[in-house]
Write a protein that binds this ligand. Structure first.
Ligand SMILES: *Cc1c(COP(=O)(O)O)cnc(C)c1O
Length: 319
């Protein structure tokens, strides 16, 4: 079981593992699994619940975790975009999870190249990772050979691993700079009516891989669909703000194994986010409050032009 708003790389392995996905809609306030829908959909056939933490948001979802445990389902957390979710974010405790997956690639907090991590207490899972990936490795000072490996070379190369290790030392500092930037930015953007953050920005434990926002089309009096977002993103870019549209389709439409078996209409919140969300990138250090102020000024300028943009948007929506 996993969310329809998701990263294809998080979901493709479900088919590789010979499992059938069950997609659930997301909550608008977290961009992750709607706990009520997920709890309702869990049943004895649910082998695993895959919780994806997008954009640096922490997804604690305690009721869903409890229900998963009671049901005997494995709890898996894709924290590739939320390195802070590996810390004690749940009232001083670690998330109740069987395995957390972290990416070290250049688009993520570690920015160390092609490597990833599995964090788990299950020794069987670590043995499995060895079996599918390594031919030999160095462990506890000894050379270990895995003669029956399947040889998928998932092992991070030594260069990436040493970069990751050195960058880990500054991770707390990086996270606090990202949080400081986000905490400065949002109160300034809040006056742009119809602009909504994707998760609670006052919660100081988020990792802010970027700063995700969405448009409330009703508050803006804009037509349904992606036209308003697309026009506003173009205008912000013209003002020099590094804003990006994430994916535009539910995750199953990106994956040949699942395409055609599910329809976007079953996931209204997912569609709302895909049509209305965008994010501000480059909120990591060394960028600081001066640049955040420039972003905020550009947002204000674009919002001041909303009457003119509205005409463009209506026309584009009608095409
Ligand atoms: C980046 C990412 C992945 C994949 O990580 P790689 O290191 O690129 O394989 C998986 N899930 C999510 C949510 C991601 O953002």
């Amino acid at each position: 079981m996993t969310a329809a708003l998701n990263w294809p790389g998080a979901v493709g392995p479900i088919a590789i593992a010979g499992l059938e996905p069950v997609f659930v809609d997301v909550e608008l306030g977290t961009a992750s699994l709607d706990p009520d829908l997920a709890i309702e959909a869990i049943n004895p056939a649910t082998g695993a619940v895959l919780i994806t933490h997008l954009f640096g948001g922490n997804i604690r979802c305690p009721r869903l975790r409890q229900k998963g445990r009671a049901n005997g389902s494995a709890l898996l957390d894709d924290v590739c975009q939320s390195i802070g979710a590996l810390q004690r974010i749940d009232n001083g405790r670690l998330l109740d999870s069987d395995a957390l997956m972290l990416s070290g690639n250049g688009a993520k907090h570690l920015g160390a190249g092609e490597l990833g991590f599995v964090v788990t207490d299950h020794s069987g899972l670590i043995d499995h990772v060895d079996r599918v990936s390594l031919t030999s490795s160095s462990r506890n000072g000894e050379r270990v050979f895995s003669p029956d490996t399947l040889g998928f070379n998932y092992r991070p190369n030594v260069f990436s691993a040493s970069l990751a290790r050195s960058r880990l030392a500054g991770m707390d500092e990086q996270l606090s700079a990202r949080r400081r930037n986000a905490a400065f930015l949002w109160p300034k953007l809040r006056e742009c009516s119809g602009l909504v953050p994707l998760f609670d920005t006052t919660d100081g434990s988020h990792s802010f891989l970027n700063f995700p926002l969405r448009l409330d089309l009703e508050a803006l009096d804009m037509p349904h669909g992606p036209a308003a977002r697309d026009v506003i993103v173009e205008a912000l870019r013209a003002e020099g703000v590094p804003v990006w549209v994430w994916l535009t389709k539910p995750v199953f439409d990106y994956l040949p194994a699942f395409r055609g078996k599910w329809s976007a209409a079953e996931f209204p919140n997912t569609v709302t986010l895909l049509d209305t969300m965008f994010y501000v990138s480059e909120i990591a250090p060394p960028n600081g409050l001066g640049l955040m102020q420039a972003y905020a000024d550009a947002f204000r300028k674009v919002w001041a032009a909303m009457p003119e943009l509205r005409a463009d948007i209506r026309q584009r929506a009608a095409e």
